[in-house]
Design a protein around this ligand. Structure first.
Ligand SMILES: [Zn+2]
Length: 266
């Protein structure tokens, strides 16, 4: 009798244990299925207003004024991350006896519109000596000529706070003497700091877009995400609000100019 009682007790206990197990299984959190959502890097910069420069850099919380030792302009801004990376590159260049100076950085829509319309109206002569209005009355050809070196407002990478123009606006400066030393140093070192030349020589790798600009460098860790967004969301019809904007579609500004960059910049 005593023996069978202990068997009964064991049976009861083991049944309780299995109930506990069941209860634990029931309340254990169900694993959430793994859905691979694309990670959007820098989401704040992935909108049409930002990429077309419709904001004031001095009022944008992510932008910083470039300290005067790094630029020959006043009141020029960059995204803080771009500026920090530039300062590191500047210091490394200085150690090697190379002087870098920012000649232009963020330009918003209004700023770019002033440059564009000055060229469009002939009040600013093009770098090849032409008066765009008098010498090129055909609006498509005129826009095309200006776009050898200048972007339409809304279509410039200078809106993004990731792109800088360094030292001089002439390729010839970078092809001899001091300028050649600067360019050789940049070619060998800029990528370590995240900077890439956007408008390399035209050719198989870059058949369309602006002419070569040895002075224009982009901070790729951020700009590659904005470029990817442009590929998906930018349209020529969004380029409005300035003289000559009706030429944007026939010149395929988004495909040929905004995206007409060296493949390394994607
Ligand atoms: Zn530039």
């Amino acid at each position: 009798m005593k023996y069978s009682y202990s068997i009964l007790l064991i049976l009861v206990l083991s049944s309780c244990a299995s109930e506990n197990n069941k209860t634990q299984t029931k309340t254990a959190p169900t694993p959430t299925p793994k859905v691979s959502k694309p990670v959007i890097a820098y989401p704040a910069y992935q909108n049409i207003k930002f990429i077309t420069g419709q904001f004031a850099p001095d009022k944008h919380p992510d932008f910083r004024k470039i300290p005067e030792e790094y630029t020959n302009k006043v009141n020029v801004y960059l995204l803080e991350e771009t500026l920090d990376a530039f300062i590191q590159m500047y210091e490394a260049a200085k150690q090697d006896g190379i002087s870098l100076i920012i000649k232009s950085a963020t330009r918003n829509f209004d700023y770019q519109k002033r440059i564009w319309e000055a060229k469009w109206s002939g009040s600013r002569i093009l770098s090849n000596g032409l008066n765009a209005k008098k010498d090129i009355p055909n609006p498509k050809l005129r826009a095309q000529e200006i776009m050898k070196y200048s972007a339409m407002p809304g279509a410039s990478r200078h809106h993004w706070g990731t792109d800088i123009d360094l030292n001089a606006f002439e390729n010839s400066y970078f092809e001899k003497g001091e300028g050649l030393k600067v360019y050789t140093w940049l070619e060998a070192n800029s990528e370590k700091f995240g900077f890439y030349q956007v408008y390399t020589a035209k050719g198989e790798e870059r058949p369309h877009g602006y002419e070569e600009e040895k002075w224009h460098w982009t901070y790729k860790p951020i700009s590659k995400h904005i470029t990817a967004y442009c590929k998906q969301a930018m349209q020529d019809s969004l380029l409005v609000g300035f003289s000559g904007s009706d030429q944007a579609e026939s010149l395929k500004v988004t495909d040929r100019y905004i995206l007409g960059i060296h493949p390394n910049c994607h």
